[in-house]
Design a protein around this ligand. Structure first.
Ligand code: BG6
Length: 460
């Protein structure tokens, strides 16, 4: 029977996760990454002082986890490879233990009928690469390119869907503007350089992949619509600049092969353009993505600033807009993020109309909730709020498909509760809960609901 919200044939139903958040930093042989290091230096900055050492122990329990994915009818799953695990130190010898581990995970997924989508970088710079400047340094681009080529060579026979980066704007914001990622620098000039070099690294990986392999390669971006408070030109300008900084800084070069002229002009006006090489422009032009992953959690609402920025203060994107708290907005209070389901539709319409209707999918969407044990009934978490969250977003996604958007799937963040960076295990996102004492996994009510939706390829 056709469902009210019936999705196209072969729609990707699944979830996403990342290496540092699930594997356990002290499991197996592995080099250190910036999260291991930051936790060692400042454990107080992580919720309840919980670090990345063990996380959800995917390293040892991946077979059980993949069996659970199959149980709820996943047909695809996005994981990431830890660069510091595959090549400890970021360059040099490949770690054979890591090759075995990732091979086993990939093989297990395939044997259970779940297509592996593999991402190469999810916020996790190898420590030694950070010590030479991270993305500020072009040597790190070269090392990343070698790492990417190695990963394609090792797993490209089985993995046909690759991503170069997950949310590359986030390490720029966290590490170089707003102090929520290591190396906790606040310097917009460096932030621009880091963002630019990340994009060059991305294009180089795409180039290698397209030359040698026949699958698809894309990038995962957190596209956050910047809604203006009003149609007043000052508010519109604020939202336009915000969009340039936080969405189009990666979306345009990835999909169109060039930066928006308005962004270049703005950075030039304030003497914040990055250093570039003469070959970069061509590289970006010639290496467009095949596929776009869209992570959507919250919109951004902005207004014109109430006051002029202090001209003696260092340049920041926030010189051009203020955050706007829309009265009556719906909030996920645990994460402090607004819930606005229609945002998912607006993003897709924008991709349809302004980005050639590139093939895309929702690569993350989800709801982190604190103290979920409150909702335990007979041993199961009755997360009706998550079912509502997912279904309301899916309705808008469905609408966008009805209107011709090229959307191929929906992945929840995340499969099982995992370690959320500075928030550690504060907010839980999974279809499966994880008992941190015993590592026992238990399906939540949303897992059962999603299983049926995936099986029916739709819902009423
Ligand atoms: C995305 C990231 O930004 O959001 C994930 O790709 C992250 O790594 C997820 O865990 C949820 O955000 P947070 O900060 O609550 O973990």
């Amino acid at each position: 029977m056709t469902k009210t919200y019936q999705f196209p044939k072969n729609f990707w139903w699944g979830s996403a996760a990342s290496a540092t958040q699930t594997e356990g930093g002290e499991n197996g042989v592995k080099g250190k990454n910036i999260w291991d290091q930051w936790y060692e230096e400042e454990p107080n900055r992580f919720f309840d002082g919980v670090g990345p050492e063990e996380t959800s122990d995917f390293y040892h329990r991946f077979k059980e986890d993949i069996a659970n994915m199959k149980k709820i009818h996943h047909n695809s799953f996005r994981m990431s490879i830890s660069w510091a695990r595959l090549i400890p130190g970021g360059k040099g010898e490949v770690n054979q233990d890591a090759v075995t581990f990732y091979s086993q995970v990939i093989d297990e997924l395939i044997s259970q009928g779940i297509e592996p989508f593999v991402n190469l970088y999810h916020f996790d710079m190898p420590l030694e690469m950070q010590e030479i400047g991270g993305w500020e340094n072009r040597e790190v681009i070269d090392a990343y390119t070698i790492y990417a080529a190695k990963a394609f060579e090792l797993f490209g026979d089985r993995v046909k869907t690759w991503f170069t980066f997950n949310e590359p704007i986030v390490p720029v914001e966290g590490g170089y503007l707003y102090d929520f990622h290591y190396p906790n620098i606040v310097d917009a000039k460096k932030a621009v350089q880091v963002g630019y070099h990340t994009m060059i690294a991305h294009a180089k990986a795409v180039e290698i992949y397209h030359k040698n392999y026949d699958g698809k390669i894309g990038i995962v971006l957190n596209l956050t619509p910047s809604y203006p408070r009003s149609q007043n030109p000052a508010d519109l300008k604020a939202s336009h600049i915000c969009d340039l900084f936080f969405n189009r800084s990666f979306l345009d070069p990835a999909v169109k092969g060039e930066y928006p002229q308005d962004l270049i002009d703005l950075l030039a006006e304030y003497d914040h353009l990055p250093e570039t090489n003469s070959a970069d422009k061509e590289l970006l032009k010639n290496n467009l993505v095949d596929l776009l992953g869209v992570n959507y959690y919250q919109p951004r609402r902005v207004k014109a600033r109430d006051s002029q920025p202090n001209p003696d203060s260092p340049f920041m994107p926030d010189w051009f807009f203020d955050a706007y708290e829309m009265p009556g907005r719906k909030m996920n209070v645990y994460r402090g993020w607004e819930i606005y389901e229609k945002g998912i539709y607006d993003i897709m319409i924008n991709l349809r109309d302004n980005y050639g209707n590139i093939e895309s999918f929702i690569s993350e969407n989800g709801m982190g909730v604190q103290n979920e044990e409150r909702f335990l009934v007979d041993g199961r978490i009755e997360d009706d709020y998550r079912i509502e969250f997912i279904s309301e977003h899916l309705k808008w996604l469905h609408q966008s498909i009805q209107e011709g958007c090229n959307v191929k799937g929906y992945h929840l963040w995340t499969f099982m509760d995992n370690w959320s960076w500075m928030n550690a295990y504060k907010n839980r996102y999974g279809f499966y809960s994880v008992n941190l004492e015993t590592q026992e996994r238990t399906a939540k009510k949303s897992a059962e609901w999603f299983s049926q939706v995936s099986k029916d390829n739709g819902f009423d």
